[in-house]
Design a protein around this ligand. Sequence first.
Ligand code: AMP
Length: 273
Amino acid sequence: MQIFNSPKELQQELSKLDESIGFVPTMGALHDGHKELIRRSKAQNKITVVSIFVNPKQFLESEDLDIYPRTFEQDRALCKDLSVEYILYPKVQDIYRPDEVSLNAPNQRGYILEGATRAGHFSGMLTVVNKLLNIVKPKRAYFGKKDAQQLMLIESMVKDLFMDIEIVAVDTVREHDGLAYSSRNRYLTQDERAIALNIIKSLKLATKLVSSGILDTNTIELQMSQTLAPLLVEYIAFVDREFNHISEIKPGRSIILVEALVAQTRLIDNIMI
Ligand code: AMP
């Protein structure tokens, strides 16, 4: 496994290879969710590149950029265990220059839900993903369904910018009790973690209601909010796969999303139903 800090040097190295490249962009503090993305890439490509970069442009002023977990030594060991070929581990100044060209998230789909509570977040995310895809030029890139709105926006970007890359969506990996793996779970105390479980409980309840024929989203939302009462709910949302708001669940074509705060920790989860 080789580790590159310099995007240019990695680009030169990869350009010598005539192999299919799978790419897994991450912000590090790797967990079982990231592992699944890496395993998928290993299974489908000759070469796997993992990037580890805490992207300042996707954090708002008030957010956790300074305390976001940085665990490079553990991440490196995890990548080595999974036989990753290359890690890109750049510094902020390796990726960004002052006064540079950047991307804007779409005015509508980029500014609803997580884009509304975190205005500017998705422009920063798309800007860095675009750069990373240009550096690595993978055949396939792997993203988690846990970040459903992010995934939809990346799929849009690839389509809108005519990028010749296959985006592979990977199911959300969960801990034994259903909590979705997230690097931010490290912030939670044991009590907060127990409260966070209400997120998956509410999504399971919604699934049960839909299975019993209740499709009206107001009715489902009311019941979900009762389960979510111990958390500070930012939104419970019902959308179709293009992220248009819906008032009735269409089984097989809908997504239910939750964003909530447990103490200071912002958690998101969703279920594709
Ligand atoms: P992050 O390091 O949080 O930016 O995430 C890097 C990638 O891992 C993104 O594509 C996420 O959607 C994905 N990811 C994060 N958590 C999970 C999870 N629990 N299951 C599957 N994918 C995940």
